[in-house]
Write a protein that binds this ligand. Structure first.
Ligand SMILES: N[C@@H](CCC(=O)N[C@@H](CS)C(=O)NCC(=O)O)C(=O)O
Length: 119
């Protein structure tokens, strides 16, 4: 079972690498604005989880760099996710807006949110 997971994970990463999406090109000023808008976002994700790959591809498409944390490899990230979001499920987007913190699950919802944030 583990071997199947490892092979599938490697295949997902390989296909993601072969079909890497193109990043949108923006003017320097607009890119700076977008970077400001996505400050406060952190993505909790696993390297070869297909739903996480889907979200990372959208980040690539939108030319967005946000911190990525892997709760499988990072105990601190695991505790943050469990304590903050209440469950160990990825992808999960942590959204910090001032003193307000939200945790968003579901890859499709996260992608939709990222698209809205980068308009
Ligand atoms: N429908 C979810 C599926 C996410 C999902 O199944 N993630 C797996 C890792 S690939 C997970 O964290 N499972 C643990 C759980 O569901 O508690 C999405 O699109 O984000």
């Amino acid at each position: 079972m583990k071997i199947i997971r490892v092979v599938l994970g490697a295949l997902i990463l390989f296909l993601d690498w072969v079909f890497t999406p193109k990043s949108v090109k923006r003017s320097a000023a607009f890119q700076k604005q977008i970077e400001q808008k996505v400050k406060g976002l952190t993505l909790y994700q696993y390297k070869s989880c297909p739903f996480c790959v889907k979200v990372r591809r959208e980040l690539k498409r939108q030319s967005i760099r946000i911190p990525l944390k892997d709760p499988k490899r990072d105990e601190v990230a695991k505790t943050e996710l469990l304590d903050g979001a209440g469950r160990l499920k990825v992808p999960c987007l942590k959204i910090v807006e001032g003193s307000n913190v939200r945790w968003m699950f579901e890859s499709s919802d996260i992608i939709e949110y990222i698209r809205m944030r980068t308009l």
